[in-house]
Ligand binder design. Sequence first.
Ligand code: ADP
Ligand code: MG
Length: 626
Amino acid sequence: MSVINILDPHVADLIAAGEVVERPASVIKELLENAFDAGAQNVTVELRGGGATYIRVTDDGCGMAPEDAGVAFLRHATSKLHDERGLEAIGTMGFRGEALAAISAVSHIELRTRRRGDTEGTRVTLTAGEIDEMGAVGCPEGTTMIVRDLFYNTPARLKFLKSDRSEASACVQTALRCALGRPEVSVRLIRDGSEEFFSPGDGRQDSCVYALLGRDLASSLLPCRGEDEGLRVSGFVSSPSAGRGNRGAQYFFCNGRFIKSQLLQAALEQAYKNSLLTGRYPACALYLELSFGSVDVNVHPAKTEVKFSQERKVFDLVYHAALSALQGEDRLAEQPAASAPAPAPQRPAPAKPDFFRSMSAAQYRAAQPAESPPAESFFSGNLSLRAPEMPEQTRLDLSPAPISTRFDEKNQAATGFAPAPGPQIVENSVQNVEKSPVPDHKILGEALKTYILVEVGEQLLLIDKHAAHERMNFDRLKAMDREILSQTLLAPVTLRPDAGDCELLEQNGELLNELGFEIEPFGRGAYILRAVPADILPGDAVPAIEEMLEKLRRGKAPDVQSVKDELLHTVACKAAIKAGWDTSRAELERIVQEVLSGRVKYCPHGRPVSAVLSKKDLEKMFKRIV
Ligand code: ADP
Ligand code: MG
């Protein structure tokens, strides 16, 4: 007896539906993309609850002819692809003709559509993919699709849906990504009767980003642009001081399509290598435009993964564009060598893009709810640096380790673990920036025992010695592949943490040990601190432990590496020369060298370590010029 069956088309549709429609958010994505493909300028998405009971998408696009309205729900029915040649250069969001078939197989659907110029529209209702009713109807030009009771006939799927709250937030996130990818389309999202977001659709990336990502994120973004033989990238990247605890605010688009791409992520993050602490991530809204033929979007039904035919070129383009956006912000990077005839023109401090002023009140209001509360993370609190402490000793020798060689070692090691697309590309790109020579300079002295004054060409550079040294320590400690050296305390210190902190100490004993702390339980909630990292003063040991406990208490670390980095901050900070201390000339010189070489730009928290006053700034200050 034969054991092989040809599946009933309805069962085949249900199986296929599983690939395209995973949750209500997938419906929103497909319907929004259909609206974009229909050339809509305004789209309204409405959802109730988590979206499973009701989703409505209305657009003012081209609409469908009556004869197409019923056919659209058949599998492989598409107006966007005619033959296999079309597959090589897909310029629409959809092309597989699967979405409507898949959605209608697992829901109740009502479609109202009227083609532009037609006198009347068509209404079609379907249950589980079968047409119930079809007829003429009066409706505006464009298309409205209502999807009810998603997964009503696939209980297994229904069971896997999360709470309404999380399904709704996935819907909002998905719609937001789609909207962000298409600044020329105005998208409004209404959830349970109230507006979640609204994008103006004026074709401007800046107003779209502002409206959808909110003022806080938008104000940290720097314009970013690059072009190379038919490849173009534009958009925004965040300034290093606005690093985030996760990659949730990295938005990449390829020809208007939101994509997930390790390649682009690696290119972006590589550009921040010297300015953002490991464990912190840049935010971005980057729009890549390239010929349809040089990217394959047909990798997965959801089409969020793509394959570039020229990965290396794409990587380099994004890397260099992001890097120059950062260097544009960083005035120090523009410093001319002393021999240069004239100072580089000063750029204004990171300017707020002009859209902050051009936002209308409605857009501004619309922007407010769009910023969803940041995910609780280990880094979500403000990690403020302590105020500089006053000297308890007058002199501290820097550790004898030759810092500059350490840096070279470290840079090599770091390029080794660069993510996709592999070390070679990353290494080549990095070499261009890391090897910048130190320009001629003259150390004038120190102001307020805190700021090193350096004359470089026609500019006066002020360096926060603590912040710069903290960064140097952090990089040095992080580059050590063995445990950090510790020093045994002559007089061990007794610690009496609160009960909760005792648990934290014990749970993180191994980590603290790796960082050079030796802590032993002493009974009755007491602990003995026997050794501390060699770089820090014994007097700083207890404050360092307290600070670390505070960080651990805030907890919910995304990963061990991030916790370790955070704790390493504390060690780097405590080991750094402090404001108010006298510092030897040699020490100052070493810091200045690191800063001028461009290797040290931001302290581990992302604060800048230096500021520049040009001759012109000074002349203006003294009214020599106006
Ligand atoms: P695809 O988008 O891959 O072509 P879909 O199943 O999503 O497949 O849609 C099938 C067809 O229905 C589309 O090719 C298009 O012709 C038509 N269609 C769907 N949604 C709309 C819409 N909002 N406006 C106009 N036509 C639409
Ligand atoms: Mg589609």
